[in-house]
Design a protein around this ligand. Structure first.
Ligand code: ADP
Length: 218
């Protein structure tokens, strides 16, 4: 099962990736997570990427495509993978197709999480993330038992620097301009499935599981 999750920031791609990755035993490949790890470790890649991420812009294609191409060479991707947040431009999508073709492989399905702007903004600006285990909370929808503290591991929560309203709006604009054309790109390939990203986590997970069993992917 080689999957791409497509949709605006705040659509819930990361959240669904985590549960799908567990259920189907597939590696979750999030370019956002990989870049944030590089920032945290002060790697040269992170120093370069941070400047783009903090203002909600895209990191240059060749940098991100290189990261994904390397990751797809690892043996754990043999039976499939979940790509979350990649590709995000037509160039990335074309280069991904080329890289997979070289391995006699290709994408099986692209799940497009159609999400309203109001929902995305509300989710992102209210999001809080655990500094240690990475669990995601929301100040209203999924509040921790004790404010600012992770229920899972007790570590403090933080707000991602790109989750303030101004940067969220910039990210949504970038999505409209650079990523939305991918809907058409994958529709033409006949592999796009549209779902509503406005649904709750459990409800959407059920919908996705049914899509995979109907398509005989799982
Ligand atoms: P979100 O989808 O909520 O915006 P991500 O964690 O996927 O969050 O990405 C955070 C940031 O990382 C993006 O705003 C961008 O700067 C960078 N990034 C992640 N994936 C890509 C990509 N495929 N191409 C370019 N930049 C990326």
């Amino acid at each position: 099962m080689r999957l791409v999750l497509l949709g605006p920031p705040g659509a819930g791609k990361g959240t669904q990736s985590i549960v799908l990755s567990k259920k189907y035993n597939l590696p979750h490949i999030s370019t956002g997570d990989i870049l944030r790890e590089a920032v945290k470790a002060s790697l040269p890649l992170g120093v370069k990427a941070k400047e783009y991420m903090d203002r909600g812009a895209l990191v240059p294609d060749e940098v991100v495509t290189g990261i994904v191409a390397d990751r797809l060479l690892k043996p754990d991707t043999k039976n499939g993978f979940i790509l979350d947040g990649f590709p995000r431009t037509l160039k990335q999508a074309e280069d991904l197709d080329k890289a997979l073709k070289k391995m006699s492989s290709g994408i099986d399905m692209v799940l497009y999480f159609a999400t309203s702007t109001a929902v995305a903004i509300e989710r992102l600006t209210g999001r809080r993330v655990c500094t240690s285990c990475g669990f995601n909370y929301h100040i209203k929808n999924i509040p921790p038992k004790k404010e600012g503290v992770c229920d899972m591991c007790g570590a403090p929560l933080f707000q991602r620097p790109d989750d303030n309203e101004e940067t969220v709006r910039a990210r949504l604009k970038v999505y409209e301009e650079q990523t939305k054309p991918l809907i058409d790109f994958y529709m033409k390939q006949g592999i796009l499935k549209r779902v509503s990203g406005d649904m709750g986590v459990d409800e959407l997970f059920k919908v996705l599981s049914k899509i995979f069993s109907d398509a005989k992917l799982a």
